[in-house]
Design a protein around this ligand. Sequence first.
Ligand code: FES
Length: 67
Amino acid sequence: MYICLCKAITDKQIRRAAADGVDNLYELRQTLGVASVCGTCADMANAILQETNSAPTKPTLYTPTAA
Ligand code: FES
């Protein structure tokens, strides 16, 4: 779904940026250009960013070691 119409940025691109380490709107703006034109998308983009960053990480695989 398009979040930023001015820059044609989708929620998937925002989630991918979050997975790559972007953790605030300033960095997202620098990276993708989100909210750099009219700013209407800022709240939604920030919400997706926060949601993605607060999501639980994938469980790690337990690997037994020799005692
Ligand atoms: S909709 Fe994102 S800057 Fe305009």
